[in-house]
Design a protein. Sequence first.
Length: 368
Amino acid sequence: MARTMVIGLTESGANAKINEDSFSCGDRVYPDMITGSEEQSLGASDYTQVYIVTQGFGGSGAGDLAGRIIQRVTKDFVAQLDNYKLPELDFYRFSHELIQETHLRVLDQIAPRADQGVGASFALLLIDANTAYILNVGDTKIHLYRDNELYSLIDPYDAQTESDLSIYIGDPRATFELPVPNTMKRFDLETSDIILLATEGFHTNFHHSQLAEDIAAPDAFAANIRLAQLHSRQADNSENGTVLAIKVRDLELVEPDDAAKQNVERIQKSYGSQAPENGTSANVRRRRRNAKDEYPEFGQEPTSSQDVINVQRENNSNGRNGNDYMDTADQVRKTRIKRELKTFGLSLLAGFLIGMAVILVVWFVILR
């Protein structure tokens, strides 16, 4: 499992009345105050770790609460993470059900009371043992610093189709489609990896090269992140700016044990051990029951880990990288469709043969 160091910093913008950003650190969500700046840090060695940054909009009591809903629902889902292991973590299913749940809750609980557009973007890092899973929806950003290089983990988008996509949680355009994640990946962690989750305000006019230089500075990890936050605010402090940095201290090759179980129990104690259904309003439950009609993709059977394995083997045999989880997920859907068509064809053939057998029996017994 990964042992990590974590530091989160947030600061309200000069043009912002309140800070609608949020970040998770341990079992808490920050900031505690709606204005000003805040810093939190910790060390973690849990088998399963989750870190989230949200960027809300819509004003006081709207955008900030939308971000808190995402934080709470994500913790609920992580408390039920074993339900998504078959035995490998089905992150595609986890991500899409998480997006669906947070989106419907924001639409049901926040949007009706807001007098303007309301919603939130979010960036998520889930560490399970020594594997990292990342998910990003909206304007938040995710970076990986490895071997003295800073990589952006946000997939490029087609600007011509951007206007047709729902790009944040609570987007009212998402009537028949859920908000579209612009990143959904998994990768193996390495010692000294640094993953950054940040809001758009942190990146405004703050160049990639300057961020890389700050992280590489010959100083302590926390000091370097503070330096990056300082330079970010000097570049542009008009909007709220938040960054959450996670550094991998070292890795251990261990299986879940009593400590891992205690970690799950701690999460369940802090955020509730009930499935997301139980903590949801009647309107959200009704809308989710209708999700098969509103969101056809989520009416299908969950993706199995064996499908993912088969696709990855096919990628390897064809010389493909196979690391892009979105590509793998698309192929998984194609594999499932092929399997369903094959099953339908066999059922049709079986029905035909049974029908012919009945006709022959009738002909021999009655007509003769």
